[in-house]
Design a protein around this ligand. Structure first.
Ligand code: PEP
Ligand code: MN
Length: 375
């Protein structure tokens, strides 16, 4: 994928906050006007930038709390006006959008279960055409980068320029520590494809349990994310949804205070540091050039061996030889303190490419022989 620059309005501009990371917080669900107001008042006192609350909750099983729907929107409108803070809400269809906008919701977001469905996303995009509202797009529940990018493109093509993505982790059948596996490489790859797309981490839905929020939020910050969306509830123990992952406003304050802003600036302006970094980058460039040259040399040797094997009627692809390669390389990696799984993965790729090149050699030789015979 090539990277391309969408024409986007900067996040700090449309959220109207100079903070980095931007903090979005509020209950998983709006449960009553009192719950919403008390939670959000405490959040406002902590300098939170944007409030959130679920109005329509996409629940995995029926008979769980599905949100109060339109009934909750006046609560939200009142809280928003009292506290003078922008409110973000999840929308899953054109009717939700119409209602959210009617009650003055400032920012819309697409949930993970919506992003997976291109029909759904297109319907939402069509409803947003000509509307000037910020839209945040959560990753799809399955780890499919193209699907995520597709949803972003549909919303962008509808004319939305105030956009951000939210990384909330991916469903996995395998048991894991977190409710959703973060698969950090996916949002990072998204960033290389869409470099100016603001990216917000939702540690709550990755974690599933409040005890893991801190480490996930810290990781997001270390990866230079633009913001955090963390669920909070005035009394998480009685929350109607996602009780285990919500924190009280006081717990949120502690979590934020414990975050280490290790990356303050993207680029240093100290000339000595710049020189040192430039020097290291030059060295990395030259090591990479050598790495490519070495790979090329390896392929040339593989082709020579292939020609020799064919000329002497020796089986070309020998499983034992490859098993031996995997075993020894992994052992060499261990001795050099390199991750053995990493080296094994590299050798799997090398193996696939070697087979491809050897097949090419054989085809070429066979063609040459056919041509010779026909002369
Ligand atoms: C939510 O933010 O409350 C929510 C339902 O999230 P997700 O779409 O990530 O599951
Ligand atoms: Mn939730």
């Amino acid at each position: 994928m090539v990277n391309y620059k969408m024409e986007l309005e900067p996040l700090q501009q449309w959220i109207q906050s100079p903070h980095r990371p931007v903090i979005i917080s509020g209950p998983c669900s709006a449960e009553s006007e009192d719950q919403l107001l008390r939670t959000c008042q405490a959040l406002k006192a902590q300098g939170i930038d944007v409030l959130r609350a679920g109005i329509w909750k996409p629940r995995t099983r029926p008979n769980s709390f599905e949100g109060y729907g339109e009934k909750a929107l006046p609560w939200l409108k009142a809280v928003r006006e009292t506290l003078q803070l922008p409110f973000a809400v999840e929308v899953a269809n054109p009717q939700h959008i119409e209602l959210a906008l009617k009650y003055g919701v400032d920012i819309l977001w697409l949930g993970a279960r919506t992003t997976v469905n291109p029909f759904n996303v297109q319907e939402i995009a069509d409803a947003l055409r000509g509307v000037d509202v910020p839209v945040m797009i959560k990753n799809p529940i399955n780890p499919d980068l193209a699907l995520w990018i597709g949803a972003i493109e549909r919303i962008y093509n509808a004319g939305i320029r105030k956009m951000a993505v939210i990384h909330r982790g991916f469903s996995s059948f395998q048991a894991s520590k977190y409710r959703n596996v973060p698969a950090w490489q996916i949002p990072i790859e998204l960033k290389t494809y869409l470099p100016n797309m603001p990216i917000i981490c939702d540690p709550s839905h990755i974690a599933g349990k409040r005890e893991y929020l801190q480490e996930i939020a810290q990781k997001a910050l270390d990866l230079n994310y633009d913001g955090l969306m963390i669920e909070s509830h005035i009394d998480p123990s009685v929350a109607l949804s996602d009780a285990e992952q919500q924190v009280s406003p006081a717990q949120l304050q502690e979590l934020l205070a414990n975050l280490k802003i290790r990356i303050v600036r993207n680029q240093s302006d100290d000339p000595e540091l710049i020189n040192y970094l430039d020097d290291l980058r030059d060295k990395i460039d030259s090591v990479d050039r050598e790495l490519i040259e070495i790979l090329k040399n390896r392929m040339v040797l593989v082709e020579k061996a292939c020609e020799y094997k064919r000329a002497n009627n020796i089986t070309i692809f020998q499983v034992d030889r490859w098993n031996e390669i995997f075993r020894t390389r992994s052992e060499w990696a261990r001795k050099m303190h390199l991750n053995q799984d990493f080296v094994t993965e590299i050798y799997k790729l090398i193996h696939v490419e070697s087979i491809r090149r050897q097949t090419e050699v054989i085809t070429r030789q066979e063609l040459a022989e056919v041509n010779e015979q026909s002369h």
